[in-house]
Design a protein around this ligand. Structure first.
Ligand code: ARG
Length: 587
C-alpha cells in the first residue's frame, strides 16, 4: 500500500536528493555524503528517472566497472516507498519517485505552509542591503528607471524570502552642481505656484532655460557655481530651496512607487554623504593614493586597465565616485552587511569597477561583498505604440504615463472580454501594472530589450496577465467546489494515488522545485529564473486543467485534484508576490 499522508503537523518536505544520497552513501565509496549528493543529476529525459546517479567516479576506489557498481547500488536501494523504481542503465542508477508519494509530500507541504511556501532560512542572522531605483531628483522618472526599480524590488523580495535581513536603500541622486543652476533659474524666472503644480516638468524647464540663457550670458555659470558652494556650505536659503526641490520630486516619485507597491527603508542619497567626504579624501591622501592632475585629485588606475577615478574637481567639489566610496564605508560601518547589492545599469560598469578598485586599494577587504548587479537597456518599439506612451514633450517617456497606459489598455481588453463580476477598475490596475513588471523580469536582466505593448499585454503569451489569469482560473475552480470539500482538502487526507497522471505529475514536480528555484534566483541576482519557472507552473496547471476533469463524481479523486488546484494557486500567488505582482482572484 502507498503511504497516504495523514500527518497534520507541519512536516518538512522531503528532500529527494538527500534521500537518494542516504540510500547510496556508504563509507567504502570513498566519497563524503555531500559529494554523493552533488553528483546526483536530474536527467533531461524523464524516461531515465527523476534523478540519476552516475557511478564513474567510484570505479577507481571500488576497483570495479561503473556498470557493475550501478547494478549493485540499484539492487540495494529499492524497497523505499519513496521510489516506484530504481534501476541501472549502464553506469547510471536511475531513481523514479513514486508519483502518489510525491503528490502527498508536495501538496501537503504547500497547503500547510500556505503563504510561506517557498521561503527558507538560509540567510538567517545575516544582513543584506539592496540599493535600487535611485533616480535623480528634479529629473523625470522615466521608462529607463523601471529596470532598476523593478529588478531591485524583486531581488529584495527574494533575499527576504530566503531569510536574510534586508534593508532597501534608494540612493537618490540629490546632489551636484545642477542644483546651483536650478536655484539660480528659480530665483530669476520661477514661481512657487508653477513649481507646485508640476514640479518635475517645471524644474526641468528651469534647467533647460538656464542653459539657453547661459549661452547668451556666461556669468550665469559663475553665479550657479557660487550658489552651489553656498548650498554645500549649508547656507539656509539655498538649503531651503534645495530641500523644497527634493521634497517635491520625491512626492512625484512616490506616486509611482505607490502604483508599483514599492517602498524603501532609507532614502539616504548622494547628499547624505556630502559632509562625510573629507574623511575619505584625507584617508586616500594618507594612504598615498591621490595624485594631482590639472588641479583635480585622482586615483590612477592605469595599472588595472582603467581610466583614473576622479575624487575631487579642481574647485574642490566632490564627485559621484567619491560619494559612492563614502556610502559604501558608511553602510559597512552602520549596517555591517554580509552583502551590499547595487542594482544599477550596465552603462555604469566602469564606474563600479573603478570604485571597487579604489576601495580595495584603501584596504577595505569587504569590498568583495559589494556586488554590482547590472542590467541592459530598455528601448521603445517604433510605430504607433510610441505615440501612446510619449508625453507632450515628445522625447521623455514618463514611467507614470506608461503605468497609466498599461492600466487603461488592460481595462479596455477586460471590457471586451465582458468578464462578469469583475471589478474592472481594481483588477485592471493589478493586471496592467503587473504586466509591465512581469515583462521587466522575464528576460535575463543583462539583455537589452524592446518594450512593446503587444508583448506586455498578451493574455496568452508568457506574460503577467497569462499567469494571473491562471491564478484566477484556479481560484474559480475552488469557488465552485463545496465548502465541505474545501474543508476536507484542508485536512490533507487525500488519496494521492489519484494524482499520478503525466499532467498532474509534471505540475507537482514543478511545484516541488519552487523553493530551490527561489534560492537560485536570489543567489544569481536573477529574478527571471523565477519568472520563467512560474510560466512553466502556469502552463503545467493549464495543461492539467484541460486534460482532466476536476469536479468529478468520485469524491476521493475530486478531493485530491482540488488539493492540487489549491496548492497551484498558492504557489502562483507566492511567486507573483516575490516578483512584486498581485494575484487577483477574478479577472
Ligand atoms: N542616480 C544614479 C543615476 O540615475 C544612479 C545611482 C546608482 N547608485 C550608486 N550607488 N551609484 O544614474
Amino acid at each position: 500500500a502507498l503511504p497516504i499522508y495523514q500527518d497534520k503537523e507541519k512536516a518538512k518536505m522531503i528532500d529527494f536528493k538527500e534521500l537518494i544520497a542516504n540510500e547510496i552513501y556508504n563509507e567504502s565509496l570513498g566519497l563524503t555524503p555531500a559529494e554523493v549528493r552533488s553528483l546526483i543529476e536530474i536527467p533531461a529525459d524523464e524516461k531515465m528517472g527523476d534523478y540519476a546517479f552516475p557511478c564513474f567516479r567510484l570505479a577507481k576506489t571500488l576497483r570495479k566497472a561503473p556498470q557493475m557498481i550501478a547494478k549493485d547500488i540499484a539492487g540495494g536501494a529499492s524497497g523505499n516507498p519513496a521510489f516506484s523504481k530504481v534501476e541501472n542503465v549502464n553506469a547510471y542508477v536511475n531513481f523514479f519517485i513514486d508519483r502518489a508519494y510525491l503528490a502527498g509530500q508536495v501538496i501537503t507541504e504547500v497547503n500547510n505552509q500556505g503563504e510561506c511556501y517557498g521561503r527558507s532560512d538560509e540567510g538567517r542572522g545575516r544582513k543584506v542591503i539592496v540599493e535600487y531605483s535611485s533616480p535623480n531628483i528634479a529629473k523625470p522618472f522615466h521608462i529607463g528607471h523601471i529596470r532598476s526599480t523593478v529588478i531591485g524590488n524583486a531581488i529584495y523580495k527574494l533575499y527576504d524570502a530566503v531569510g536574510f535581513d534586508v534593508t532597501r536603500i534608494n540612493h537618490l541622486g540629490d546632489y551636484g552642481t545642477q542644483f546651483g543652476k536650478m536655484i539660480v533659474a528659480y530665483r530669476k524666472w520661477g514661481s512657487e505656484d508653477e513649481l507646485k503644480e508640476d514640479p518635475i516638468k517645471t524644474l526641468l524647464g528651469y534647467y533647460t532655460r538656464f542653459h539657453q540663457e547661459a549661452k547668451k550670458d556666461p556669468s550665469l555659470e559663475d553665479e550657479a557655481r557660487q550658489t552651489f558652494v553656498r548650498l554645500e556650505a549649508g547656507e539656509p536659503e539655498e538649503v531651503g530651496l534645495w530641500k523644497k526641490f527634493r521634497e517635491l520630486s520625491l512626492a512625484e516619485f512616490n506616486r509611482v512607487y505607490d502604483m508599483l507597491g514599492i517602498t524603501f527603508d532609507s532614502y539616504a542619497g548622494e547628499s547624505f554623504y556630502s559632509d562625510k567626504m573629507p574623511r575619505f579624501i584625507q584617508e586616500l591622501k594618507d594612504k598615498g593614493l591621490l595624485i594631482e592632475s590639472q588641479g583635480a585629485q585622482i586615483v590612477d588606475l592605469e595599472e588595472y586597465g582603467m581610466s583614473p577615478a576622479m575624487i575631487t574637481k579642481s574647485d574642490g567639489s566632490s564627485l559621484y565616485v567619491t560619494r559612492d566610496i563614502a556610502a559604501a564605508v558608511y553602510r559597512k560601518e552602520h549596517y555591517d552587511f554580509y552583502k551590499c547589492i547595487y542594482v544599477v545599469a550596465s552603462q555604469q560598469n566602469l564606474h563600479f569597477r573603478q570604485w571597487k578598485k579604489v576601495l580595495e586599494l584603501m584596504g577595505y577587504e569587504w569590498q568583495e561583498d559589494c556586488v554590482h548587479v547590472p542590467f541592459g537597456l530598455v528601448s521603445l518599439a517604433d510605430g504607433d505604440d510610441i505615440k501612446m506612451m510619449s508625453t507632450r514633450e515628445g522625447t521623455v517617456v514618463f514611467l507614470e504615463d506608461v503605468l497609466n497606459t498599461a492600466v487603461e489598455k488592460t481595462a479596455e481588453i477586460m471590457r471586451e472580454k465582458k468578464t462578469d463580476g469583475v471589478d474592472i477598475d481594481a483588477v485592471s490596475k493589478d493586471v496592467g501594472i503587473g504586466a509591465v513588471i512581469f515583462q521587466e523580469l522575464s528576460n535575463n536582466r543583462i539583455k537589452d530589450y524592446v518594450f512593446s505593448w503587444d508583448k506586455v499585454l498578451n493574455f496568452d503569451g508568457e506574460t503577467g496577465p497569462y499567469v494571473q489569469y491562471t491564478h484566477a482560473r484556479a481560484s474559480s475552480v475552488l469557488r465552485n467546489a463545496s465548502e465541505e470539500d474545501i474543508a476536507a482538502i484542508r485536512d490533507n487526507s487525500c488519496d494521492w494515488s489519484c494524482l499520478t497522471s503525466d499532467s498532474a505529475n509534471t505540475l507537482i514536480k514543478l511545484i516541488y522545485r519552487v523553493p530551490e528555484v527561489i534560492l537560485e534566483a536570489a543567489d544569481k541576482y536573477e529574478p527571471s529564473i523565477l519568472t520563467r519557472h512560474l510560466v512553466d507552473v502556469a502552463q503545467a496547471f493549464n495543461k492539467f486543467y484541460h486534460d482532466e476533469h476536476i469536479l468529478v463524481e468520485d469524491r476521493d479523486e475530486k478531493l485530491a485534484k482540488l488539493s492540487l488546484v489549491l496548492a497551484s494557486k498558492t504557489v502562483i500567488a507566492n511567486c507573483l508576490g516575490l516578483l512584486g505582482i498581485k494575484a487577483p482572484e477574478r479577472m
